[in-house]
Design a protein around this ligand. Structure first.
Ligand SMILES: [Zn+2]
Length: 129
């Protein structure tokens, strides 16, 4: 991942920033330029709710190279309290504790460390409530 891309992504990675269509109210995360529902281009910035429940999950046993050493780890699709679904890793939990429908909270954690440059990426993960 290049540095410019990394910096561009900071707002949404750090603050769960989403866009809400001013016309129809649909919420987009990650943000996009045109509403897929009503085609308008007018949005307001909102922050997503930081709590939700597990819709589905899977245990990753063969991770992408940069996550070597972390496997196996659970990844879930979570429906936040405002209805938006996001995907992320569940952290600080035993796989046996994870169940569909369980409540989770969004936390910000280190995702990966990048080689010699020492760039550390942070992003959201979920913890069980
Ligand atoms: Zn719309």
């Amino acid at each position: 991942m290049s540095i410019p891309k990394y910096w561009r992504e900071i707002p949404q990675r750090y603050r769960l920033e989403a866009l809400k269509c001013k016309k129809c109210g649909k919420i987009f995360f990650p943000p996009r330029l045109i509403c897929s529902n009503c085609k308008t281009q007018e949005f307001e910035n909102i922050r997503l709710k930081e709590e939700g429940k597990i819709v589905t999950y899977t245990i990753i046993r063969v991770p992408p190279k940069q996550f070597n050493g972390q496997a196996p780890y659970p990844v879930a699709i979570v429906e936040l309290d405002d209805g938006v679904r996001i995907m992320g890793q569940i952290t600080d939990a035993n796989p046996e504790e994870i169940e569909i429908g369980k409540k989770v909270r969004v936390v910000f954690r280190k995702i990966q460390e990048q080689g010699h440059a020492g760039i550390i990426n942070y992003g959201y993960k979920f913890i069980l409530k």
